[in-house]
Design a protein around this ligand. Structure first.
Ligand SMILES: *Cc1c(COP(=O)(O)O)cnc(C)c1O
Length: 396
């Protein structure tokens, strides 16, 4: 009998990829809103925006129903549309690029660095020099590890383009539109179900510029020049409004904002727990030749723990290795399937893996391990033991 084939057997332990951390506080917040009679965007959402803005030191925080739509609205506010482009990396979620397409714009791509998942500033300059229709750079802080924002901002200034941070992984890193202008023009955060804080679905766009904030507010609500809450609280002219632009529908309802306000208060404690787990993983994996541990720059929010395999040390590739982990009960994922692997984007832009050697190499080696703040010690230890014994089993 092949004892290493555990596919038919029940694993010793099941450790899911992610579990959101909730308690009575989120339940009570949601119920309070249900009982209030006001479910859509109102005073809970305004409070959530103010509290979020204070936390990231941004003058403006505009809530949205997803980071994907937040990216679209930020791009629109900074001039992306027909005949213009964003510059991003192929190593990200699909919506970083499709947000520009929805506006009639285009995406152009630069590869990531060889030692991190971040867009390579040197490759950015090449593209900016050649293409004056680029309106914004969209760097992604993959797994919460910040891009080289200093280098990116310097280039953005030189070539007069905006910087819109895809900060979906970066809360509560010190990023996005705050901090005395050292970071981007806009930072877009996600509260999707598996992100560092969650409202189920939702997001926040932070900007420094008042005009951009006004534009995003207008466009997230049908191009209507008054908010529904404003109309509700003004008893004299509640029905009157005008439509002044071709807007969208991207507002975050109060029931979700109320949950978000509670999650916000816990963000720092979630972060500390994730960081401690990441440190345990790194201490276990770093000494072994099989693995490259994730980059951990200053301000890392530790959203994901992406372990890279060292192919020369192993007799199997990432896919087989990942399957072996799954068979032993580990919920794993791969971040990200690069855009040149996605049929629509590959065909739309004629993308080829060989043009993005670093992204292709990272993708071929990466596995995101189970990682969430309330993982038990036993869960963490099981992940470590399983990953190491699997590598030893496949040792070349
Ligand atoms: C999750 C994610 C998004 C999209 O967030 P939604 O809130 O689900 O729209 C965008 N970019 C990256 C890098 C993400 O991980």
């Amino acid at each position: 009998m092949n004892t290493t084939n555990t596919a038919e057997q029940k694993p010793l332990r099941e450790v899911p990829f992610f579990k959101p951390s909730f308690d009575r506080a989120e339940e009570e917040a949601a119920i309070r809103v249900l009982h209030s009679g006001w479910l859509t965007t109102g005073k809970e959402t305004l409070a959530f925006e103010q509290e979020f803005a204070a936390m990231v030191h941004s003058p403006y925080a505009l809530s949205v129903n997803s980071a994907s739509n937040g990216l679209m609205l930020a791009m629109e506010a900074f001039g992306v549309g027909q005949g213009t482009k964003i510059l991003t990396s192929p190593y990200t979620f699909v919506s970083t690029a499709t947000s520009a397409l929805h506006l009639g714009g285009e995406a152009v791509y630069a590869d990531i660095s060889s030692d991190s998942y971040s867009i390579d500033p040197e490759k950015i300059e090449d593209k900016l020099k050649k293409d004056t229709t680029i309106k914004a750079i969209v760097p992604i802080h993959i797994a919460g590890n910040l891009c080289d924002m200093k280098a990116i901002n310097t280039l953005a200034e030189k070539y007069h383009v905006a910087v819109i941070e895809d900060a979906a992984h970066a809360f509560p890193a010190e990023t996005a539109a705050g901090y005395g202008g050292t970071l981007g023009d806009a930072g877009v955060f996600s509260f999707y179900a598996t992100k560092t804080i969650t409202t189920g679905e939702g997001g926040m766009v932070c900007v420094r510029n008042a005009e951009a904030a006004e534009r995003i507010k207008l466009m997230r609500s049908h191009g209507i020049n008054r908010t529904i809450w404003d109309r509700y609280t003004d008893k004299h002219a509640s029905w009157q409004y005008d439509v002044v632009a071709e807007g969208y529908k991207c507002n975050l309802p109060d029931i979700l904002s109320a949950i978000g306000r509670v999650q916000l208060q816990k963000a720092e404690s979630f972060y500390r727990k994730r960081k401690a787990i990441a440190e345990r993983f790194t201490a276990a994996f770093k000494p072994l030749d099989f693995f490259t541990v994730p980059p951990d720059g200053e301000g890392n929010a530790w959203h994901l723990y992406i372990l890279r395999l060292v192919p020369e040390t192993l007799s199997v590739g990432r896919d087989d290795f990942a399957r072996a982990l799954q068979e032993q009960g580990l919920g794993i994922s791969v971040h990200f399937i690069p855009h040149f692997e996605l049929t629509f984007l590959r065909e739309r832009y004629g993308l080829r893996a060989q043009d993005f050697p670093n992204a292709a190499a990272h993708y071929a080696r990466s596995i995101s391990l189970p990682f969430w703040p309330d993982m038990s010690d036993a869960d963490v230890q099981y992940v470590i033991d399983t990953v190491i014994s699997t590598a030893q089993r496949f040792c070349r």
